[in-house]
Design a binder for this molecule. Structure first.
Ligand code: BEZ
Length: 391
Protein backbone atom coordinates (compact mmCIF):
# COMPACT_ATOMS: atom_id res chain seq x y z
CA UNK A 1 0.00 0.00 0.00
CA UNK A 2 1.51 3.33 -0.99
CA UNK A 3 1.80 6.35 1.22
CA UNK A 4 -1.16 8.09 -0.45
CA UNK A 5 -3.42 5.09 0.01
CA UNK A 6 -2.39 4.74 3.66
CA UNK A 7 -3.07 8.39 4.25
CA UNK A 8 -6.39 8.21 2.44
CA UNK A 9 -7.48 5.15 4.37
CA UNK A 10 -6.43 6.74 7.59
CA UNK A 11 -8.40 9.81 6.54
CA UNK A 12 -11.46 7.68 5.81
CA UNK A 13 -11.07 5.97 9.16
CA UNK A 14 -10.93 9.31 10.93
CA UNK A 15 -13.85 10.65 8.90
CA UNK A 16 -15.88 7.49 9.58
CA UNK A 17 -15.15 7.67 13.28
CA UNK A 18 -16.07 11.32 13.18
CA UNK A 19 -19.37 10.60 11.48
CA UNK A 20 -20.26 7.76 13.83
CA UNK A 21 -19.23 9.45 17.01
CA UNK A 22 -20.31 12.98 16.17
CA UNK A 23 -23.62 12.57 14.36
CA UNK A 24 -25.69 11.44 17.35
CA UNK A 25 -23.93 13.94 19.56
CA UNK A 26 -24.84 16.72 17.14
CA UNK A 27 -28.52 15.72 17.27
CA UNK A 28 -28.33 15.80 21.04
CA UNK A 29 -26.31 18.98 21.26
CA UNK A 30 -28.45 21.10 18.95
CA UNK A 31 -30.90 23.40 20.68
CA UNK A 32 -34.31 21.86 21.28
CA UNK A 33 -36.82 23.97 19.38
CA UNK A 34 -40.10 24.34 21.27
CA UNK A 35 -42.98 26.03 19.45
CA UNK A 36 -45.45 27.68 21.82
CA UNK A 37 -48.72 28.39 20.05
CA UNK A 38 -50.95 30.09 22.63
CA UNK A 39 -53.24 33.10 22.93
CA UNK A 40 -51.42 36.32 23.89
CA UNK A 41 -54.40 38.55 23.13
CA UNK A 42 -58.18 38.31 23.59
CA UNK A 43 -60.34 36.77 26.29
CA UNK A 44 -57.91 33.83 26.84
CA UNK A 45 -54.70 35.96 26.96
CA UNK A 46 -54.08 35.35 30.68
CA UNK A 47 -54.54 31.61 30.17
CA UNK A 48 -51.89 31.63 27.47
CA UNK A 49 -49.43 33.54 29.60
CA UNK A 50 -49.93 31.29 32.66
CA UNK A 51 -49.34 28.24 30.43
CA UNK A 52 -46.14 29.78 29.07
CA UNK A 53 -44.99 30.68 32.58
CA UNK A 54 -45.57 27.15 33.84
CA UNK A 55 -43.70 25.56 30.93
CA UNK A 56 -40.76 27.94 31.20
CA UNK A 57 -40.62 27.56 34.98
CA UNK A 58 -39.97 23.83 34.69
CA UNK A 59 -37.32 24.38 32.02
CA UNK A 60 -35.56 27.06 34.07
CA UNK A 61 -35.67 24.82 37.16
CA UNK A 62 -33.68 22.42 34.96
CA UNK A 63 -31.08 25.04 34.05
CA UNK A 64 -32.74 26.05 30.76
CA UNK A 65 -32.14 22.55 29.35
CA UNK A 66 -34.12 19.36 28.84
CA UNK A 67 -32.12 16.12 28.71
CA UNK A 68 -28.97 18.15 28.12
CA UNK A 69 -30.39 20.21 25.25
CA UNK A 70 -30.74 23.95 25.59
CA UNK A 71 -34.34 24.99 24.93
CA UNK A 72 -35.06 27.61 22.31
CA UNK A 73 -38.58 29.04 22.13
CA UNK A 74 -40.56 30.04 19.06
CA UNK A 75 -43.90 31.71 19.77
CA UNK A 76 -47.08 32.52 17.90
CA UNK A 77 -50.12 34.39 19.26
CA UNK A 78 -53.02 32.25 18.02
CA UNK A 79 -55.58 34.87 19.16
CA UNK A 80 -57.97 31.97 19.89
CA UNK A 81 -58.92 32.22 16.22
CA UNK A 82 -59.63 28.85 14.54
CA UNK A 83 -59.75 30.43 11.07
CA UNK A 84 -56.00 31.24 11.27
CA UNK A 85 -54.95 28.16 13.20
CA UNK A 86 -53.52 26.03 10.35
CA UNK A 87 -51.50 28.99 9.06
CA UNK A 88 -50.25 29.75 12.58
CA UNK A 89 -49.30 26.14 13.33
CA UNK A 90 -47.43 25.94 10.03
CA UNK A 91 -45.37 29.00 10.94
CA UNK A 92 -43.91 26.89 13.74
CA UNK A 93 -43.82 23.55 11.92
CA UNK A 94 -42.71 24.52 8.41
CA UNK A 95 -40.97 27.86 8.89
CA UNK A 96 -39.32 27.41 12.30
CA UNK A 97 -39.05 23.61 12.07
CA UNK A 98 -39.75 23.10 15.76
CA UNK A 99 -39.07 19.74 17.43
CA UNK A 100 -42.26 19.96 19.42
CA UNK A 101 -45.43 21.98 19.19
CA UNK A 102 -47.06 23.04 22.47
CA UNK A 103 -50.58 24.49 22.37
CA UNK A 104 -53.20 25.64 22.83
CA UNK A 105 -56.07 26.94 25.00
CA UNK A 106 -59.06 27.12 22.59
CA UNK A 107 -60.59 23.80 21.48
CA UNK A 108 -61.31 24.94 17.91
CA UNK A 109 -57.72 26.12 17.41
CA UNK A 110 -56.40 22.90 18.94
CA UNK A 111 -58.35 20.77 16.45
CA UNK A 112 -56.51 22.49 13.60
CA UNK A 113 -53.19 22.00 15.41
CA UNK A 114 -53.94 18.30 15.79
CA UNK A 115 -54.59 18.03 12.06
CA UNK A 116 -51.29 19.78 11.25
CA UNK A 117 -49.47 17.53 13.74
CA UNK A 118 -51.00 14.39 12.25
CA UNK A 119 -50.03 15.36 8.71
CA UNK A 120 -46.52 16.59 9.51
CA UNK A 121 -45.94 13.96 12.25
CA UNK A 122 -44.74 16.77 14.54
CA UNK A 123 -44.89 15.93 18.23
CA UNK A 124 -47.81 17.89 19.77
CA UNK A 125 -48.44 18.43 23.47
CA UNK A 126 -51.78 20.07 24.26
CA UNK A 127 -51.49 21.97 27.57
CA UNK A 128 -55.14 23.01 27.89
CA UNK A 129 -57.72 22.75 25.08
CA UNK A 130 -60.16 20.02 26.00
CA UNK A 131 -61.64 19.17 22.57
CA UNK A 132 -62.77 15.57 23.06
CA UNK A 133 -61.67 14.74 19.50
CA UNK A 134 -57.97 15.23 20.30
CA UNK A 135 -57.90 12.09 22.40
CA UNK A 136 -60.87 10.65 20.50
CA UNK A 137 -61.13 10.33 16.70
CA UNK A 138 -58.04 12.52 16.13
CA UNK A 139 -55.83 10.61 18.56
CA UNK A 140 -52.39 9.72 17.23
CA UNK A 141 -49.07 8.37 18.54
CA UNK A 142 -47.49 11.85 18.29
CA UNK A 143 -50.34 13.74 20.03
CA UNK A 144 -50.44 14.06 23.84
CA UNK A 145 -52.55 16.09 26.24
CA UNK A 146 -51.56 17.06 29.79
CA UNK A 147 -54.77 18.85 30.73
CA UNK A 148 -58.23 17.22 30.45
CA UNK A 149 -60.89 16.36 27.91
CA UNK A 150 -63.89 18.69 28.03
CA UNK A 151 -65.95 15.66 28.98
CA UNK A 152 -64.05 15.11 32.28
CA UNK A 153 -64.94 18.18 34.44
CA UNK A 154 -68.36 18.44 32.74
CA UNK A 155 -69.36 14.84 33.46
CA UNK A 156 -68.19 15.25 37.07
CA UNK A 157 -70.36 18.33 37.62
CA UNK A 158 -73.44 16.58 36.20
CA UNK A 159 -72.90 13.85 38.77
CA UNK A 160 -72.46 16.36 41.62
CA UNK A 161 -75.76 18.07 40.81
CA UNK A 162 -77.59 14.78 40.33
CA UNK A 163 -76.28 13.55 43.73
CA UNK A 164 -77.59 16.79 45.25
CA UNK A 165 -81.02 16.04 43.76
CA UNK A 166 -81.03 19.25 41.72
CA UNK A 167 -83.76 18.78 39.11
CA UNK A 168 -84.33 21.61 36.60
CA UNK A 169 -81.21 23.21 35.18
CA UNK A 170 -80.54 25.89 32.55
CA UNK A 171 -77.16 25.74 30.79
CA UNK A 172 -75.35 28.72 29.32
CA UNK A 173 -72.10 28.84 27.37
CA UNK A 174 -70.30 30.30 24.40
CA UNK A 175 -71.39 28.58 21.23
CA UNK A 176 -68.16 26.90 20.18
CA UNK A 177 -66.71 23.41 20.43
CA UNK A 178 -65.70 23.51 24.12
CA UNK A 179 -68.98 25.11 25.19
CA UNK A 180 -70.98 22.45 23.36
CA UNK A 181 -68.92 19.66 24.91
CA UNK A 182 -69.28 21.08 28.43
CA UNK A 183 -73.04 20.89 28.03
CA UNK A 184 -72.96 17.38 26.48
CA UNK A 185 -70.71 15.94 29.20
CA UNK A 186 -72.81 17.53 31.94
CA UNK A 187 -76.04 16.32 30.38
CA UNK A 188 -74.76 12.74 30.09
CA UNK A 189 -74.34 12.23 33.84
CA UNK A 190 -77.04 14.66 35.01
CA UNK A 191 -79.93 13.33 32.93
CA UNK A 192 -78.89 9.70 33.44
CA UNK A 193 -79.72 10.23 37.13
CA UNK A 194 -83.08 11.88 36.53
CA UNK A 195 -82.16 15.57 36.23
CA UNK A 196 -83.54 17.67 33.39
CA UNK A 197 -81.99 20.45 31.35
CA UNK A 198 -84.91 22.77 30.66
CA UNK A 199 -83.06 25.11 28.33
CA UNK A 200 -79.63 25.23 26.65
CA UNK A 201 -78.63 28.83 26.03
CA UNK A 202 -75.62 30.09 24.09
CA UNK A 203 -73.99 33.26 22.84
CA UNK A 204 -71.22 33.64 20.30
CA UNK A 205 -67.59 33.27 21.37
CA UNK A 206 -66.21 35.52 22.89
CA UNK A 207 -69.24 37.82 23.40
CA UNK A 208 -69.84 39.18 26.90
CA UNK A 209 -73.24 40.85 26.63
CA UNK A 210 -75.21 38.50 28.89
CA UNK A 211 -78.26 40.65 29.63
CA UNK A 212 -80.77 38.85 27.39
CA UNK A 213 -79.84 35.44 28.84
CA UNK A 214 -79.89 36.69 32.43
CA UNK A 215 -83.36 38.14 31.95
CA UNK A 216 -84.60 34.82 30.55
CA UNK A 217 -83.03 32.86 33.42
CA UNK A 218 -84.73 35.12 35.97
CA UNK A 219 -88.08 34.47 34.27
CA UNK A 220 -87.60 30.66 34.07
CA UNK A 221 -86.54 30.26 37.71
CA UNK A 222 -84.59 26.99 37.29
CA UNK A 223 -83.22 25.13 40.34
CA UNK A 224 -79.70 25.92 39.16
CA UNK A 225 -77.64 27.31 36.29
CA UNK A 226 -74.63 25.45 34.87
CA UNK A 227 -72.14 27.38 32.72
CA UNK A 228 -68.86 27.10 30.87
CA UNK A 229 -66.91 30.34 30.57
CA UNK A 230 -63.22 31.03 31.09
CA UNK A 231 -60.74 33.88 31.11
CA UNK A 232 -61.80 37.53 31.07
CA UNK A 233 -65.30 36.66 29.78
CA UNK A 234 -65.90 34.51 32.86
CA UNK A 235 -65.21 37.43 35.19
CA UNK A 236 -67.67 39.61 33.31
CA UNK A 237 -70.32 36.87 33.46
CA UNK A 238 -70.03 36.28 37.21
CA UNK A 239 -70.16 39.99 37.93
CA UNK A 240 -73.23 40.42 35.72
CA UNK A 241 -74.92 37.39 37.33
CA UNK A 242 -74.49 38.99 40.76
CA UNK A 243 -75.44 42.47 39.54
CA UNK A 244 -78.74 40.99 38.28
CA UNK A 245 -79.30 39.61 41.82
CA UNK A 246 -79.42 36.02 40.53
CA UNK A 247 -76.65 34.82 42.88
CA UNK A 248 -79.12 35.26 45.75
CA UNK A 249 -81.86 33.11 44.23
CA UNK A 250 -80.45 30.64 41.67
CA UNK A 251 -77.24 28.71 42.49
CA UNK A 252 -74.57 28.88 39.82
CA UNK A 253 -72.37 25.84 39.04
CA UNK A 254 -69.60 25.52 36.49
CA UNK A 255 -66.49 23.75 35.38
CA UNK A 256 -63.59 25.20 37.35
CA UNK A 257 -62.39 27.39 34.48
CA UNK A 258 -65.02 29.92 35.50
CA UNK A 259 -63.06 30.93 38.58
CA UNK A 260 -59.46 29.88 37.72
CA UNK A 261 -57.22 32.93 37.84
CA UNK A 262 -60.29 35.16 38.13
CA UNK A 263 -61.24 35.37 41.80
CA UNK A 264 -59.46 38.64 42.45
CA UNK A 265 -61.13 40.38 39.51
CA UNK A 266 -64.55 38.89 40.39
CA UNK A 267 -64.47 40.33 43.92
CA UNK A 268 -67.48 39.53 46.12
CA UNK A 269 -69.44 38.20 43.12
CA UNK A 270 -67.03 35.27 42.83
CA UNK A 271 -67.34 34.01 46.40
CA UNK A 272 -68.87 30.64 47.33
CA UNK A 273 -69.05 29.24 43.79
CA UNK A 274 -68.93 25.45 43.41
CA UNK A 275 -66.93 24.18 40.45
CA UNK A 276 -65.32 20.92 39.28
CA UNK A 277 -61.75 20.66 38.06
CA UNK A 278 -58.60 18.51 38.20
CA UNK A 279 -56.77 21.08 40.32
CA UNK A 280 -57.55 23.12 43.42
CA UNK A 281 -55.59 25.59 45.51
CA UNK A 282 -55.65 23.60 48.71
CA UNK A 283 -54.18 20.37 47.35
CA UNK A 284 -51.61 19.10 49.81
CA UNK A 285 -48.63 17.34 48.34
CA UNK A 286 -44.92 18.11 48.29
CA UNK A 287 -44.89 18.82 44.55
CA UNK A 288 -47.72 21.35 44.81
CA UNK A 289 -46.06 23.14 47.73
CA UNK A 290 -42.74 23.41 45.89
CA UNK A 291 -44.42 24.40 42.61
CA UNK A 292 -46.51 27.15 44.21
CA UNK A 293 -43.51 28.61 46.01
CA UNK A 294 -41.32 28.52 42.93
CA UNK A 295 -44.03 30.02 40.70
CA UNK A 296 -44.82 32.83 43.16
CA UNK A 297 -41.11 33.62 43.47
CA UNK A 298 -40.58 33.77 39.70
CA UNK A 299 -43.74 35.55 38.62
CA UNK A 300 -44.87 37.43 41.78
CA UNK A 301 -48.32 35.90 41.54
CA UNK A 302 -50.12 32.70 42.46
CA UNK A 303 -50.35 29.90 39.88
CA UNK A 304 -53.60 28.52 38.51
CA UNK A 305 -54.56 25.38 36.60
CA UNK A 306 -53.15 26.77 33.34
CA UNK A 307 -49.75 27.24 34.95
CA UNK A 308 -49.89 23.66 36.30
CA UNK A 309 -50.72 22.29 32.86
CA UNK A 310 -47.87 24.24 31.23
CA UNK A 311 -45.48 22.89 33.88
CA UNK A 312 -46.69 19.34 33.35
CA UNK A 313 -46.31 19.64 29.57
CA UNK A 314 -42.61 20.33 30.08
CA UNK A 315 -42.42 17.44 32.58
CA UNK A 316 -43.96 15.05 30.04
CA UNK A 317 -41.59 16.24 27.34
CA UNK A 318 -38.63 15.63 29.64
CA UNK A 319 -39.84 12.10 30.39
CA UNK A 320 -39.69 11.38 26.66
CA UNK A 321 -36.38 13.13 26.09
CA UNK A 322 -34.67 11.44 29.04
CA UNK A 323 -35.45 8.01 27.60
CA UNK A 324 -33.55 8.86 24.40
CA UNK A 325 -30.88 11.08 26.00
CA UNK A 326 -32.24 14.07 24.11
CA UNK A 327 -32.11 12.39 20.70
CA UNK A 328 -35.53 13.20 19.22
CA UNK A 329 -34.79 11.10 16.14
CA UNK A 330 -35.47 8.04 18.32
CA UNK A 331 -39.13 8.79 17.95
CA UNK A 332 -40.71 5.45 18.92
CA UNK A 333 -38.67 5.09 22.08
CA UNK A 334 -39.47 8.66 23.06
CA UNK A 335 -43.20 8.17 22.52
CA UNK A 336 -43.20 4.95 24.51
CA UNK A 337 -41.57 6.74 27.45
CA UNK A 338 -44.15 9.52 27.29
CA UNK A 339 -47.00 7.02 27.13
CA UNK A 340 -45.82 5.21 30.23
CA UNK A 341 -44.70 8.28 32.19
CA UNK A 342 -46.01 8.93 35.68
CA UNK A 343 -46.22 12.69 35.96
CA UNK A 344 -45.54 14.04 39.44
CA UNK A 345 -47.92 16.96 38.98
CA UNK A 346 -48.93 19.68 41.46
CA UNK A 347 -52.49 18.32 40.93
CA UNK A 348 -51.33 14.89 42.18
CA UNK A 349 -49.53 12.11 40.31
CA UNK A 350 -51.19 11.08 37.04
CA UNK A 351 -50.72 8.67 34.15
CA UNK A 352 -52.00 8.84 30.59
CA UNK A 353 -54.75 6.75 29.02
CA UNK A 354 -54.13 4.76 25.83
CA UNK A 355 -55.45 7.79 23.95
CA UNK A 356 -52.81 10.01 25.70
CA UNK A 357 -55.17 11.93 28.02
CA UNK A 358 -54.66 12.24 31.81
CA UNK A 359 -56.45 9.77 34.04
CA UNK A 360 -57.07 11.96 37.07
CA UNK A 361 -59.17 12.91 40.07
CA UNK A 362 -61.78 15.60 39.47
CA UNK A 363 -62.24 17.78 42.54
CA UNK A 364 -65.25 19.70 43.76
CA UNK A 365 -64.01 23.16 44.80
CA UNK A 366 -65.53 26.17 46.52
CA UNK A 367 -64.25 29.68 45.88
CA UNK A 368 -63.16 31.24 49.14
CA UNK A 369 -61.16 34.47 49.23
CA UNK A 370 -58.72 34.18 46.35
CA UNK A 371 -58.63 30.39 46.39
CA UNK A 372 -60.55 27.57 44.75
CA UNK A 373 -60.47 25.31 47.77
CA UNK A 374 -60.98 21.58 47.37
CA UNK A 375 -64.03 20.45 49.35
CA UNK A 376 -64.38 16.93 47.96
CA UNK A 377 -63.29 14.53 45.24
CA UNK A 378 -66.16 14.54 42.74
CA UNK A 379 -64.85 11.49 40.82
CA UNK A 380 -61.66 9.60 41.52
CA UNK A 381 -59.33 8.49 38.70
CA UNK A 382 -61.64 9.61 35.91
CA UNK A 383 -60.58 8.49 32.42
CA UNK A 384 -62.07 10.04 29.30
CA UNK A 385 -64.02 7.40 27.32
CA UNK A 386 -61.84 8.19 24.25
CA UNK A 387 -64.76 7.56 21.90
CA UNK A 388 -63.56 7.00 18.35
CA UNK A 389 -59.85 6.73 19.17
CA UNK A 390 -58.12 4.05 17.12
CA UNK A 391 -54.43 3.83 17.80
C1 BEZ B 1 -61.26 25.08 25.45
O1 BEZ B 1 -61.59 25.81 24.48
O2 BEZ B 1 -61.07 23.87 25.33
C2 BEZ B 1 -61.05 25.69 26.80
C3 BEZ B 1 -60.80 27.04 26.92
C4 BEZ B 1 -60.61 27.57 28.17
C5 BEZ B 1 -60.64 26.77 29.29
C6 BEZ B 1 -60.92 25.43 29.17
C7 BEZ B 1 -61.13 24.88 27.92
Amino acid sequence: MNHFATKTLAGVAVATATIFSVTPAVAQEAKLKVGLMLPATGTFADLGSATTNGFKLFVSENGGKLAGREVEYFTVDDESDPSRAVENANKLVKRDKVDVLVGTVHSGVALAMAKVARESKTLLIVPNAGADEITGPLCAPNIFRTSFSNWQPAYAMGKVLADRKVQRVVTLTWNYLAGQQYVEGFKESFEKSGGKIIKQMTLNFPDVEFQAQLTEIAAMKPDAVYVFFAGAGATKFVRDYAAAGLNKTIPLYASGFLTEGNLESMGAAGQGLLTTLHYGDGIKNAKNDAFRQSYAKSYKRQPDVYAVQGYDSAQLLLAGLNAVKGDTTKREEMIKAMETAQIDSPRGRFTLSKAHNPVQDIYLRKSTGNENQVVDVAIKGLADPARGCKM
